[in-house]
Design a protein around this ligand. Structure first.
Ligand SMILES: Nc1nc2c(ncn2[C@@H]2O[C@H](COP(=O)(O)OP(=O)(O)O)[C@@H](O)[C@H]2O)c(=O)[nH]1
Ligand SMILES: [Mg+2]
Length: 475
């Protein structure tokens, strides 16, 4: 920006009332001509804009409007967020804000004029096509600070030597992508997709530590979280990646509707359909105000609870429950707990923090149970497409989106976990055919993180024991 200093930008953000604004130049009178037609061609329908007028003596005048400019003749256009501003050329760069007084006439449309603020107008910049003198200064550019629609003192008509008039589009930089990603993995390319497929498909518990295949048949990943956070949809997305088309093995619901009543252990098959993968994804009923899975949680973690157990049954899972496993083995226990949160349900501005307070307290109670056992926990942050429109369009933006990074940090804080435990996710909730490569990469990457967490748990707790078994049986 030639005429706005970083301090000016900061002041403008404060005037707008939101930080993290991004100013992108749409039009410069000096570069594009003092021409109303060109101004409209470049600035119409571009959303909120900032008009900055600088004179040859270093004064800066301007106006902000949250409404798009248009090529029309409408003398009064409503905008309650508009304001004018002024800064003199002194060394102390204090900018003055003049708030709108008559919102109904905050700006005016006139396709034969440059930007117009106020109906009289308060700030009208130029009309038609202004020619320049031989020394380069434009003729007949006048500023009228009148104070009819804005709260400001009435200045005399100013006939200025205008240096430039620049119009910036003002967007929310929270949605801007960082030039450098905030995390390096996964890289969204073919090599990464192949590696992830290979790692996940060929995984077996403690494979990298010399424990033979089948010693522990599989690890169990347990998904827990509020209703509608996307637990079942994630399981479907993982299955879809191996099948190559969208599947619905876990019944997912609509908004806020509980579709999962039973405990389900999904044992997925490899992409060639020939064998089971060495992990199971365990789906639970969603938490909601007044309903927790607390009564059954110990039994689930210990591996007593059978597949298809109904969470809505009143007595907790116990000896009398059909299929109850009295003496669970290591392969029956839970090896990693994944808390599933919904990025749509997060808004610090209005005080919504992923879950209701009741569900949050339920999660804290559940956490105590597996903390005692040292079972690792991760957070799957679903619906990042809601949090970031750029990620909605392009899954790979997840690693470069500033807003997703913030969501991840807040999710970690909310559940009292390190940021590294948060796995941002965009599920296949709409595509009817195959998932895209990007979605497959993000899905497999998240599954691999879960497998690594489960594997580390086995390693630090059972490796010696399992190796011992192997040595004994192989002697
Ligand atoms: N936009 C979007 N919607 C999702 C995503 N994941 C799940 N959903 C939707 O969220 C709703 C609830 O999902 P569901 O899997 O039933 O949640 P559960 O109660 O945690 O099992 C469904 O309508 C899904 O289509 C996602 O990543 N993005
Ligand atoms: Mg469900």
């Amino acid at each position: 920006m030639s005429s706005l200093t970083p301090l000016d930008k900061h002041a403008i953000e404060e005037f707008i009332g939101e930080s993290s604004k991004c100013f992108t130049k749409l039009y410069s009178a000096k570069e594009n001509g003092f021409d109303a037609g060109v101004f409209h061609q470049k600035c119409d329908n571009r959303g909120p804009t900032l008009t900055v007028i600088s004179d040859t003596e270093g004064h800066v005048y301007g106006g902000y409007t949250s409404v798009s400019w248009q090529s029309a003749f409408i003398p009064q256009v409503y905008d309650r967020d508009a304001f004018l501003f002024y800064r003199d050329n002194g060394s102390v760069q204090n900018m003055e804000k003049f708030s709108v007084r008559k919102c109904e006439s905050a700006i005016a449309y006139d396709q034969t004029s440059g930007p117009i603020f106020g109906s009289e107008p308060d700030l009208g910049v130029f009309t038609g096509n202004v020619t320049r003198t031989h020394d380069g200064t434009p003729h007949a550019v006048s500023l009228k600070f009148k104070g009819a629609s804005y709260m400001m003192p009435s200045y005399p008509l100013l006939d200025l030597e205008v240096e430039d008039i620049v119009v910036y589009s003002v967007t929310d930089s929270r949605y801007n992508l960082k030039a450098l990603p905030w995390r390096n993995e996964p890289s969204f390319d073919n090599a990464c997709l192949r590696t992830l497929f290979e790692d996940v498909e060929s995984y077996w518990p403690l494979k990298d530590f010399g424990v033979p295949k089948g010693t522990v048949q599989y690890v169990n990943i347990l998904f827990v979280g509020p209703i509608g956070a996307g637990k079942s949809t994630f399981i479907n997305t993982v299955d879809s990646v191996f099948r190559g088309y969208a599947t619905m093995i876990a019944i997912a619901g609509g908004k806020g509707k509980c579709m999962t009543h039973r405990y389900r252990q999904y044992h997925l098959t490899s992409s060639d359909n020939r064998r089971y993968l060495h992990f199971r994804l365990c789906d639970t009923r969603g938490l909601e105000d007044g309903f927790s899975i607390n009564k059954d949680f110990d039994a689930i973690l210990e591996g007593h609870v059978p597949d298809k157990y109904n969470f809505d049954s009143l007595p907790p899972a116990a000896n009398m429950t059909p299929g109850y496993r009295r003496d669970p083995q290591l392969k029956d226990k839970i090896h990693c707990v994944v808390y599933v949160l919904d990025a749509e349900k997060y808004s610090p501005e209005v005080g919504i923090g992923f879950t209701t307070d009741d569900v949050h307290n339920q999660i804290i109670d559940l956490q105590k149970k597996h903390d005692q056992r040292g079972i690792p926990q991760l957070i799957l942050l679903n619906k990042t497409d809601f949090a970031c429109p750029l990620t909605k369009k392009d899954t790979s933006a997840v690693n470069r989106s500033e807003i997703i990074k913030k969501h991840c940090l807040h999710a970690a804080e909310r559940l009292g976990l390190p940021p590294l435990t948060v796995l941002p996710m965009k599920n296949n909730f709409f595509e009817t055919t195959a998932t895209s490569d990007e979605m497959a990469i993000l899905t497999l990457y998240n599954v691999r993180q879960m497998l690594r967490a489960a594997d580390a748990y086995l390693r630090v707790n059972f490796l010696d024991e399992l190796r011992q078994e192997r040595y004994e049986t192989s002697v």
